[in-house]
Design a protein around this ligand. Structure first.
Ligand SMILES: NC(=O)c1ccc[n+]([C@@H]2O[C@H](COP(=O)([O-])OP(=O)(O)OC[C@H]3O[C@@H](n4cnc5c(N)ncnc54)[C@H](OP(=O)(O)O)[C@@H]3O)[C@@H](O)[C@H]2O)c1
Length: 254
């Protein structure tokens, strides 16, 4: 596939992201606290996370192992960061979340598989087949884009892990209800885990400085900002004492 063809696919995929972003403010994605059996057959929550995140990991591994060109350090690092993130999301995260009777619709799993096929496919193909011929040599590692992007990636990932850990630990073994999270960035926003994920993939897009990286950053924002708003409204609706000055996802802003 040429760079031109890949770019056209990215622009179409970006347009869909904007449409999904707007839609998600009106239709809540039915998983986690918002799960609903109205969306057809249901699957076990932990299994759902495992199945829907696995394609992203496998596709990146495929391009890493079977890409045509020899790799620069730049390409190795981006592959490694992506794979590291998805090792957590595919294996560790589903094992860490507390077991509850909650299930997720198969519809969500299928949608997420498609989302992951597209994003990992575009990024993996670019890194394996196009980056080696579009001037991303090792000197890119010392540019401000790469350095600032790497800092953002690490900070975002750390926030995401820490916030997920706090949320997971809110329940004692056997508990299935929800509590008001406190401390860390929870004093400022309702969803620091989603904020961390947005920061993390913004960092990746800066480091990569290519259209597929930007596309995934936009998709992450498009998905997670409305989800954070759904979470925030849910907290306000369920807890009369929920802090009213807490923002949705971006501290002091929204
Ligand atoms: N890149 C992307 O586009 C994308 C898309 C979606 C999610 N993600 C990532 O996937 C992870 C999960 O996302 P999510 O929206 O499902 O997160 P979430 O709703 O915040 O839930 C995270 C975990 O904590 C539990 N939990 C959350 N709030 C709680 C509370 N107040 N009291 C007790 N337990 C609570 C949840 O249990 P329940 O399941 O029982 O609610 C779940 O096990 C996040 O790290 C997110 O960044 C990424």
């Amino acid at each position: 596939m040429s760079l031109e063809t890949l770019s056209i696919i990215c622009y179409v995929w970006l347009t869909i992201a904007i449409a999904v972003h707007i839609t998600m403010f009106f239709i809540t994605a039915p998983f986690g606290r918002h799960t609903s059996s109205k969306w057809g057959p249901m699957v076990n929550n932990k299994l759902g996370w495992f199945i829907m995140e696995m394609p992203s990991l496998l596709i990146m591994l495929y391009f890493l192992l079977f890409g045509t060109y020899s790799r620069s350090s730049f390409v190795w690092i981006l592959f490694a960061l992506w794979i590291f993130h998805y090792l957590n999301r595919t294996f560790i995260y589903p094992l860490r979340i507390k077991r509850t009777p909650k299930q997720m619709p198969l519809f969500i799993v299928i949608n997420a598989i498609f989302f992951n096929l597209m994003n990992a496919g575009l990024n993996g193909y670019y890194l394996a087949e196009l980056a080696p011929v579009t001037d991303y040599g090792n000197e890119w590692l010392t540019t401000p884009y790469f350095i600032v992007g790497a800092i953002l990636f690490v900070v975002g990932m750390t926030i995401n892990w820490q916030a997920d850990t706090i949320l997971i630990n809110l329940r004692k073994p056997g508990e299935t209800d929800y509590k008001i999270p406190k401390g860390f960035l929870f004093d400022y926003i309702s969803s620091p885990n989603l904020f961390g994920e947005v920061v993390e993939w913004s960092g990746f897009a800066l480091m990569a400085w290519n259209l597929p990286g930007l596309t995934f950053m936009v998709w992450t924002f498009a998905n997670l900002v409305p989800r954070a708003k759904n979470h925030h409204d849910w907290y306000l609706g369920h807890f009369p004492d929920y802090p009213k000055d807490r923002k949705v996802i971006f501290p002091f802003l929204f």
